[in-house]
Design a protein around this ligand. Structure first.
Ligand code: ITT
Length: 216
């Protein structure tokens, strides 16, 4: 079975990948001892830049292996694309008194969701459109091999719904199935999600990679 090493500190992302892996018959694993590795400063202006930076840096710790990193977030049209690349620390002004791009730590999902709801307080249902974006970058020995993007279009609800998933999932209503992403199992979510789509593109690329260039 193909094996893919994922470089992430986010257990919600790992659960999503495990759900997608079930669907595709591959195995995903975290990098051994990931939490003891030095962190990567995510100061890129795009998801692509941050995903490449993370995959490049972490792949140096597992020589010869293909390492995949994920940079993702929620873009809300009424907020001109915010929280975007700052999704993981959107509540920094509330929690640390710093702007998200200056914060050096992530903020909790509940606080991030509370800020989104506050910013959208006066925005009517029809204008609460947005999308999740996921960019996956694959690297080996510090070099980028490929970058893959997936998106999912939805509506930001006025109150959370569902208890599965992570991050903004309880606020993200997916009209096609009339549910939020937090009302889906990891396997179901991967059928519709930004992460599931980017992962599908990555696997298609991996299938086309000459066998001598693969591991796992
Ligand atoms: P790593 O960098 O270690 O992978 P991270 O959580 O810091 O973990 P990002 O910088 O990519 O990752 O931030 C992603 C944030 O975007 C995440 O913390 C959520 O707030 C949000 N997000 C991304 N994908 C999501 C999803 O599928 N469901 C809900 N929220 C999501």
């Amino acid at each position: 079975m193909r094996r893919i090493l994922i470089a992430t500190s986010n257990p919600g992302k790992l659960r999503d990948f495990a759900g997608a892996a079930l669907l595709h018959g591959v195995e995903v694993r975290g990098i051994p001892d990931f939490s003891s590795l030095p962190g990567v400063v995510e100061d890129g202006l795009t998801f692509e830049a941050n995903a490449r930076k993370k995959a490049g840096a972490y792949s140096r710790y597992v020589p010869g292996e293909i390492v995949v990193a994920d940079d993702s977030g929620l873009e809300i049209d009424a907020l001109h694309g915010a929280p975007g690349v700052h999704s993981a620390r959107y509540a920094a002004p509330d929690v640390h008194g710093k702007e998200p791009h200056q914060a050096d730590a992530n903020t909790h999902d509940e606080a991030n969701n509370a800020r989104v709801l506050r910013e959208l307080k006066d925005v009517p249902f029809g204008k609460r459109t947005g999308r999740f974006v996921c960019v996956l970058s694959a690297a080996r020995d510090g070099k980028t091999l490929g970058t893959f993007r997936g998106t999912a279009e939805g509506i930001i609800l006025e109150a959370p719904r569902g208890t599965n998933g992570f991050g903004y999932d309880p606020l993200f209503y997916f009209p096609k199935i009339k549910k939020t992403f937090a009302e889906l199992s990891a396997e179901e979510k991967s059928k519709y999600s930004h992460r599931g789509k980017a992962f599908g593109a990555l696997l298609a690329w991996l299938d086309d990679l000459p066998r001598e260039n693969r591991r796992g």
